[in-house]
Design a protein around this ligand. Sequence first.
Ligand code: SF4
Length: 585
Amino acid sequence: MNNPATVPHSKGTKVRILLTSVFGPFARDDEFGSRRLNPMELYHNQVTRLQGGFSLRMFHRSFGLLMLQANLDAPCTVLDFPGLESFTDEIRKTPYDIVGIGAIMPNVQKVKTMCAIIRRERPGATIVVGGHIAARPDLSEIIEADYIVRGDGIRWFRTFLGQDENQPVRHPSVLSGFGARIMGVNLPQEKGRTAAILIPSVGCPVGCNFCSTSALFGGKGNFVNFYETGDELFSVMCRIEEDLAVNSFFVLDENFLLHRQRALRLLELMKANGKSWALYVFSSARVLSAYSIEQLVELGVAWVWMGLEGENSRYSKLNGVDTRELVRTLQSNGIRVLGSTIIGLEDHTPENIGAAIDYAVSHDTVFHQFMLYTPNPGTALHEEHRQAGTLLPESEMPPADSHGQYRFNYRHPHIHDGREEQFLLEAFRRDFDVNGPSLYRIIRTMLEGWKAHGLHPDHRIRKRYEWDGAPLRSAYAGAVWAMKKWYRGNDRMEKKIGDLLNDLYETFGWKTRLLAPLFGLYTLTCLSREDRRLKRGWTYEPAALLGKNAAAVALEKEGHRVISNHYVSVFGRHLPRILARTFEG
Ligand code: SF4
């Protein structure tokens, strides 16, 4: 993986390690590279961006850091979403031997600032930088770090600490998201309703020219399997199920179903052990089509993130697949699809971009991500532009703005003068206007799934549709009731939403008919308040989180400063500020 040769640290596993994400606040424009257009919210940032109060707001942990922490024998603390001040305090207070920073490309200025603080406060500490930012070839000239690690950090860190690098990979038990909020309603983190994260592999052998993740783990033909077999994966999932009382898994694997033998063995074990798990997966269209719908339903695939890229795009992963038909089949079986479309492919012009957007929108996927075609360092696309001399200098296009939701970082052959932003916004707008709020689409798809499989003869499958579809009878029906009121005056949307509401009433009967207005009135009030809040420019920031592994907790107990005995603790003094911003009325 082209990583620096490492001399193991002289203290071995006796070192004290801090692994940290970059600092916030994130949803504002500042000199460190935070951007209002690039908040720390995956969905609101690039999927439901223009859906107003209907946008899904939520945060995700830095899973790479948590994965590393679980695999190090040394005392290791993870700090997620600190402020600059709390990061500096942590470095000052604790004598860390190693500080690792995980970051993406736009955060180069933040990483530079953090490295300078570490050097100033802890001159003896070793600084390790990893994540997507490590793919930048000139990084060592910009930041002051001891090691820049590309690709598999677990193996690298184990070698550095003198641990056996071939030990089986330990998987942390972590929920996939927190702080979820939609229509102004904070979604309770009820036991069992939030999926756990599961990382079976990293990288993707398909190797699309723009794909940073694939490139980071070796590109075409390469990937890193943390769990080779279905048996290994099943036993990890059983442990997580027990630890977190979950029955669903967000499978953070670029192309989970590509590893067919592993997926089918997992299915066998799920069947043999009566597991009614739901899986949320990433998959390319061609791989998905290689499974029958029965197999996907049996495997518990409930949600798929799939690259649609663009009509006639040259990617082999789409060869021979009618993606509209595929989406229709999946969604009619209750499988929610998040389609991903690229704006600004080589052949896109101001004249044909409207048709490209219409084509994307015609998929009517539950969610639709739109991103600008962006060459990131490390990818084949970046190399192509570098050789052609078409990359923009950083003075013209700072890395902080190169996040795929604003401008190209290169000269596009046909789209000029910053018009790409307008096209991107048009894509989001049209998807929202034509297909309605994603929440409406989710509920419609879940109802279709319920109708198709709610009475499935296999108890294991029936049970999954039962627990997954339970909110359709009450809270979701209430949300649809509220949406219908919200769209009063928009005849097309009102009818569309009204049809779904009637369908819910017919399917679930008088109790749902009774509950919908009760939940609906509450939701409508929250939505109106959210709308006012958004018009005042409200933004959403994640809470700062700090967690220690067992060795770090043990070290604290030996007489050092005790922060928390729990795995995750919220920084007390940031909480009031975060709560104030969250509930600001
Ligand atoms: S199929 Fe998806 S994950 Fe795999 S290389 Fe292409 S874009 Fe990346």
